[in-house]
Ligand binder design. Structure first.
Ligand SMILES: [Zn+2]
Ligand SMILES: [Zn+2]
Length: 320
């Protein structure tokens, strides 16, 4: 199983400003201490080996879209955020090389940041493509049609050429889709959200659980969540806020912290956690600090099973 992150930001897409890029370049030049590099490959090695991730790269700013490569060769996607645009272009390239043109999509929910990529999804214009949108929400089709109404967008939903189907899924049922088993869990979020547990034929398991509020003072009520995460090879978890933010001004905003996610993953004896749905106002340095603090907290609270904590970024690929 390969998990590809095409969009990792929460709520709103963000882009680097000219000022941020200049600051990164200035810091890199200072760190290089007058050294010269023969070519770009040598400079790239310096970036990878001697600069921090935040100094030499960026976590990116596209909203939720994840690809799970597993099963029978059809595409499996989680959510249709702005990261979907980039995925769509890559999928068209792979389809030209013979990839099957079925897209199985699993929707956490239909808030704007999770559907905004769909009007820009090139495969939706491919008459040979079949797009099956699985959602716990029976109103998912209405949400996608509404964002392409004439007052919001110039291209109507009915102009799309792919065969588009909607399937409503319910928690407690195990579905077999695209050669992968999929379980569904309802989560605390406005208008409800759904988490998904994907298990392939080799027994590899990835959990997609975004836009879900777990309250640190109510962790005994989260036993069902830990059970849903049980022994997972990868848990992609909503960690939008630092703990301080999540228990003070942003309580009841429908999101969770890195600390709660680590507690749940430890309880579940999961192997890897990807911090995900990053707050749009957090800089690369803020996210890197949160990642460092998360690794430290994991070490301090570890029981028998170590948990590998990743910080998801646009373009990250995890092989399970
Ligand atoms: Zn969201
Ligand atoms: Zn949401």
């Amino acid at each position: 199983m390969i998990v590809r992150f095409w969009g990792t930001r929460g709520s709103l897409p963000v882009a680097q400003t000219a000022r941020t890029i200049r600051e990164k370049i200035a810091r890199a030049l200072v760190a290089a201490k007058g050294r010269s590099f023969a070519d770009e490959a040598e400079a790239d090695r310096f970036i990878g080996e001697e600069l921090s991730f935040a100094a030499g790269s960026s976590y990116g700013g596209a909203t939720t879209c994840i690809e799970i490569e597993a099963g029978d060769g059809s595409f499996i996607l989680c959510d249709l955020g702005s990261g979907l645009r980039e995925f769509g272009l890559d999928a068209m390239r792979r389809c030209a090389e013979g990839h099957e043109r079925t897209y199985n999509v699993f929707m956490s929910h239909v808030h704007w940041d999770h559907i905004m990529g769909f009007p820009f999804f090139v495969p939706a214009f491919d008459p040979g493509a079949r797009i099956v949108i699985h959602s716990g929400h029976a109103d998912a089709e209405a949400a996608l049609r509404r964002q392409q109404e004439e007052m919001s967008f110039p291209v109507a939903f009915d102009w799309l050429r792919a065969k588009i189907e909607f399937v409503t899924v319910t928690p407690g049922t195990v579905y077999s889709v695209g050669g992968v088993n999929v379980e569904v869990m309802a989560q605390h979020h406005s208008h409800v959200s759904y988490g998904y547990r994907f298990t392939d034929a080799d027994g590899k398991t990835a959990i997609f659980s975004t836009d879900s509020e777990h309250k640190i003072e109510q962790m005994e009520g989260e036993a069902d969540v830990a059970h849903f995460f049980r022994n997972a090879d990868l848990v992609i978890c909503d960690t939008m806020y630092s703990l301080a933010d999540s228990v003070s001004m942003k309580e009841d905003w429908g999101h969770s912290s890195n600390i709660v996610a680590i507690d749940l993953c430890h309880e579940a004896e999961a192997k890897r956690l990807a911090l995900f749905h990053h707050e749009p106002t957090y800089s690369d340095e803020d996210l890197e600090r949160m990642h460092r603090e998360s690794i430290r907290y994991e070490e301090l609270t570890r029981r028998d099973h170590p948990l590998d904590v990743l910080c998801a970024y646009d373009g990250l690929e995890v092989v399970l």
